[in-house]
Write a new protein. Structure first.
Length: 448
């Protein structure tokens, strides 16, 4: 697999040319990577152009993922989410009708940002099985069918998150089949699942019928933070291919990182060679760790093969207590809250680290179960459109004083950047309880 971006930059570094262009470090190795950090000089291509070495590298990625087209993002899935929604809305919107997207409630903040910027309405799918976490939405094909049959107006597309932050994978094949029944495209936030393509049997959304999806390459592949993909299926609506880069550039910096692009470029070579074998060798170690934790008495969640999510309350601990204990044993987790702790693994996790995790967890003694159930969010009561509320005059007030007010800006805890309250929603007692649970003390409310 060729690496045209890396090859160009390496040749440029070795050329010894005087750098009378951005960036300001001029290739001086203050941190270490500066010599390889360049800008759009002659021959370097441009991320939002349809030709040159960047486009050549993207074609390599498209072949690896089996897509109609793959675009790079140097701003993670946040950029790709906004771009793919804009692509869908631009292609499918009808005159004199507000665009509507049918979505899962556990959508990332970037989805809400897209609604603010593109100005579409959102209808949330109500799963039959309630979700015990802000990060989850156990949406089934039947839930999607029910939502589509009962929709007040026909949505432009269906948008779901899979895998979610907790490691739960939806039945994307079943959901895509339902979308085809209703002649609607399926968009998937696959930020946590780029590696699913390289399992012995692919579980990647594009292979399961999604029309578009985003991958955060940096989350599960050997790519610098910020590296991501926007995938468009070869079977997608032909209008999705008309100007995807032009649309993506609307939301992006005009100074994309060449370091991130190089890491995406060289990742193609890794994915085409040793990565599938490394992944296959890592899977038994993750399964073993899960089995050992279960044997200790810990409750686990999720079917994502490279993620371990522990629900420790039945063992007598909160997720935050487990995270603090792991930190004391030199292990940093991905995320924790009162109810869970999330551990993200990859084929590059050293084998000894699995032993360190199991040893640290074995030091914990079972205690009386922690009382209290995860909060279940109230059904949202929408008073204004997302865009209207976001751009209204607003004021920041203590969350405890916000009962009955209209949310102006997305109320979110970082991580996991899943909105608790969305712009335009009325703040109920249940939403305020959830804000408190996730440590959000203030909120911006629309001025009366």
């Amino acid at each position: 697999m060729t690496t045209p971006i890396c090859d160009f930059v390496t040749e440029y570094v070795l050329s010894g040319k005087a750098r009378m262009h951005m960036p300001g470090h001029k290739g001086q190795a203050l941190h270490g990577l500066e010599p390889f950090d360049i800008t759009e000089i002659e021959g370097a291509g441009y991320l939002y152009s349809d030709d040159g070495i960047v486009a050549e590298s993207e074609k390599n990625a498209s072949l690896l993922f089996g897509t109609g087209r793959t675009l790079y993002s140097t701003e993670g899935s946040s950029l790709s989410i906004k771009a793919m929604l804009a692509i869908a809305v631009t292609a499918l919107k009808k005159d004199n009708e507000r665009p509507l997207v049918l979505a899962s409630r556990n959508s990332h903040k970037a989805f809400v940002d897209a609604a603010c910027l593109i100005d579409f309405d959102v209808s949330f799918i109500s799963p039959a099985a309630p979700s015990p976490s802000l990060c989850q939405a156990f949406i089934t094909p039947q839930d999607v069918r029910h939502a589509l049959k009962n929709a007040e107006r026909t949505p432009l597309c269906v948008y779901v998150t899979s895998p979610d932050y907790m490691g739960n994978i939806l039945d994307i094949k079943g959901i895509s089949d339902v979308c085809r029944e209703f002649k609607l495209p399926l968009l998937v936030d696959n930020a946590h699942g780029a590696y699913l393509k390289f399992l012995s049997v692919s579980r990647h959304p594009i292979d399961l019928g999604a029309d578009m999806c985003c991958d955060s390459a940096h989350k599960t592949l050997p790519v610098y933070t910020g590296g991501g993909y926007l995938h468009i299926s070869a079977n997608a609506d032909s209008r999705f291919f008309e100007d995807p880069k032009g649309i993506m550039s609307l939301f992006a910096s005009t100074s994309p990182s060449y370091l991130i692009m190089q890491s995406l470029d060289v990742c193609n070579r890794v994915l085409s060679s040793e990565f599938p074998t490394l992944l296959e060798n890592a899977l038994p170690m993750v399964r073993h760790a899960k089995d050992e934790l279960a044997a200790m008495g810990f409750e686990l969640m999720g079917d994502e093969p490279m993620k371990i999510t522990i629900l420790p309350q039945s063992f007598g601990y909160t997720g935050d207590e487990i995270a603090a204990h792991l930190r004391e044993n030199d292990i940093e987790c991905e995320y924790s809250d009162a109810f869970s702790v999330v551990l993200m693994l990859s084929p590059y996790t050293p084998e000894k680290d699995y032993g360190r995790l199991l040893f640290a967890m074995s030091l914990l003694c079972r205690r009386k179960p922690v009382e209290g159930l995860p909060l279940l969010l109230d059904a949202p009561v929408r008073k204004m459109s997302i865009r209207e509320a976001f751009f209204s005059r607003s004021e920041e007030i203590p969350a405890g004083q916000a009962l009955g007010r209209i949310c102006a800006k997305t109320a979110v805890s970082c991580q996991p950047s899943i909105p608790i309250a969305l712009p335009g929603e009325q703040l109920t007692s249940g939403l305020l309880d959830a804000l408190g649970e996730y440590g959000v003390e203030t909120i911006r409310a629309v001025k009366a």
